[in-house]
Design a protein around this ligand. Structure first.
Ligand code: ZN
Length: 103
């Protein structure tokens, strides 16, 4: 039984190390999320510019489709996020763009 305080100490130390590691990971996750958001914005900007300059009278429905086909949202709600399955918001937005293209 004499060893018990020592074991508790060791466990306490191990626990503290785990907590430190969790803190580090949380920080890393936050940094990655920030970077991810920044990159999403950048990609969004690229596609919107391309749409405006590349296709004179077409406001980029083609570009939106290609981005959508690559597996990303193009809707306002989730722009640039990875897409799982179809998204009605994306469809609505691209259709609006295509109708404008046709007119
Ligand atoms: Zn969407």
């Amino acid at each position: 039984m004499a060893a018990l305080p020592g074991r508790i100490n060791r466990l306490e130390q191990a626990l503290r190390q785990i907590c430190d590691e969790v803190d580090r990971l949380k920080l890393e996750v936050r940094q990655l999320e920030d970077e991810n958001a920044r990159l999403r914005q950048e990609v969004a900007g690229m596609y919107l510019e391309e749409g405006a300059e590349g296709l004179h009278h077409k406001p980029g429905a083609k570009n939106l489709w290609s981005l959508y086909d690559k597996g990303f949202h193009v809707c306002n709600l989730y722009f640039g996020k990875g897409r799982e399955g179809e998204c009605i918001f994306c469809y609505a937005l691209i259709n609006r763009g295509e109708q404008k293209d046709g007119a």
